[in-house]
Design a protein around this ligand. Structure first.
Ligand SMILES: [Zn+2]
Ligand SMILES: [Zn+2]
Length: 181
């Protein structure tokens, strides 16, 4: 059997491990079957994030009462950049509550674009942040004062989590008294 080298992974395999370029042709793709599948999955994933970015743009046109052109040309809402940023942010935690997106259950629906200061111009990246859906909804419901206090509670909560990592016994009721002294 003829051998062929995959131009993606660089390994050499028998030719049958390379997909045909189409029906009715004997020409094979330059990358092996698994590398081909990986490429397809990657492309699908890029498409999904792009779709999400487009949807986000459309959604905010209404809530910000701006045209698509204004958001793109004046405020820098570049859909490709947004898709990349969103996908990147999704690998980490919500900026507000610190929860990992991975630990949430709704997949891509868990990440949303927050307009940090709704009264200021909606410049992308300057006045926007990719955060979790729960925080975004909570922030909309709360007054500025309530939201500020909420962020302080979250900061205290995170500090407590760090203490608990060092000493899990701190969560027991008997330690409340000792802590307060
Ligand atoms: Zn390969
Ligand atoms: Zn959050």
């Amino acid at each position: 059997m003829n051998k062929k080298r995959c131009c993606d992974c660089g390994e050499t395999y028998n030719e049958e491990f390379f997909d045909l370029e189409g029906k009715g042709t004997s020409r094979r793709r330059p990358f092996c079957t698994i590398c081909h599948q990986t490429r397809r999955d990657k492309r699908k994933s890029v498409d999904r994030w792009l779709e999400k970015a487009r949807w986000t743009l459309t959604h905010h046109m209404k809530s910000l009462k701006r045209t698509r052109d204004e958001l793109i040309k004046i405020f820098g809402w570049d859909v490709r950049k947004m898709a990349g940023d969103c996908e990147h942010a999704f690998k980490y935690t919500c900026d507000y509550c610190g929860t990992k997106f991975d630990d949430m259950v709704h997949g891509m629906a868990d990440i949303t674009l927050d307009i940090v200061n709704i009264k200021a111009a909606p410049f992308y990246n300057v006045n926007t942040r990719w955060v979790c859906n729960v925080c975004n909804a909570r922030k909309k419901r709360m007054s500025t004062g309530e939201w500020g206090r909420y962020l302080q509670y979250v900061t205290s909560w995170k500090a407590q989590q760090r203490k608990l990592e060092k000493n899990p016994l701190l969560a027991l009721p008997m330690f409340e008294w000792a802590e307060r002294r």
